[in-house]
Design a protein around this ligand. Structure first.
Ligand SMILES: [Zn+2]
Length: 267
């Protein structure tokens, strides 16, 4: 029978912890590796609603993109939202695993999936990982960049919205400008505008960016497509549920049905 350790091994091979950022907190964050697993739920973030769903459905393990706990925790009590979620899951014997930035950068991770979803060619990391001797780490790295036949920014934005199945998004730049090289950084990767510029991209696709980053992008002539943090990553947790189902046929796996974007587009 599958146990927590088996699922951890698979996730670690798919999104190796070595790819995670130094500041991150990835891997098995709570639980017992010997616990048997018959139900796994994936999600972008463990909110109170997501935790309630996991408990109601008798889930044994939650695979959450965003880590919880993330930073050092000194107490686990229901006095805080984080403590409350951890307490509820722990009380019900539910393990937590987070691949976070390792999943962003993995060979078939979120950024690669975005590049594939847009049909880009010549896809490479935007910021290749380098070993101490300067050699690149097997073609891996942060973000992605890739090429497409020349297309107007507005049309590319529509393709992004179609792939992510969202009703609207923000762009920075003239919708009629021609783009043919796209930089990608899921989540909140506005700081990639300079790497994208150096790599010859005309546009950066990232989930969200600060107002001043958008102004900076405008100033250096870098367009941006901003579908929202949630939309830029959540789809990959649905893909991950499908992958886990294929890998562990005896385990029921689904992406949280209660999770939703806290931001709503008003027309
Ligand atoms: Zn994120």
């Amino acid at each position: 029978m599958t146990n927590v350790a088996d699922v951890c091994r698979y996730l670690e091979s798919f999104a190796p912890a070595a790819l995670a950022e130094d500041w991150d907190n990835v891997g098995l964050l709570m639980g017992d590796r010997q616990t048997s697993v018959s139900k796994v739920m994936t999600c972008l973030t463990v909110t109170s609603a997501v935790a309630e769903e996991a408990i109601a459905q008798n889930v044994n393990m939650v695979v959450t993109h965003h880590p919880i706990p993330f930073k050092g925790v000194k107490r686990i009590s229901t006095d805080s939202p984080t403590g409350s979620v951890l307490w509820k899951l722990a009380s019900n014997g539910i393990a937590i695993y987070s691949p976070h930035t390792a999943f962003d950068s993995a060979r078939s991770g979120i950024n690669q999936q975005l590049a594939d979803g847009l049909g880009l060619s010549e896809v490479k990391p935007l910021r290749p990982f380098e070993l101490d001797d300067g050699a690149s780490l097997g073609g891996l790295g942060k973000g992605r960049r890739g090429d497409c036949p020349p297309v107007q920014l507005g049309a590319l934005a529509s393709t992004v919205a179609g792939f992510l199945q969202i009703a609207g998004l923000h762009i920075v730049g003239d919708p009629e400008m021609q783009v043919s090289r796209v930089g990608i950084g899921c989540g909140s990767a506005g700081e990639f505008i300079h790497s994208a510029s150096r790599a010859g991209c005309q546009v950066l696709l990232t989930g969200e960016a600060r107002f001043h980053t958008c102004l900076e992008a405008e100033a250096i002539g870098m367009a941006m497509i901003l579908p929202g943090h949630y939309a830029s990553e959540r789809f990959a947790l649905e893909t991950l549920a499908t992958q886990l189902t294929a890998e562990f046929p005896d385990v029921s796996v689904w992406a949280s049905r209660q999770e939703s974007d806290p931001l709503t587009w008003m027309e």
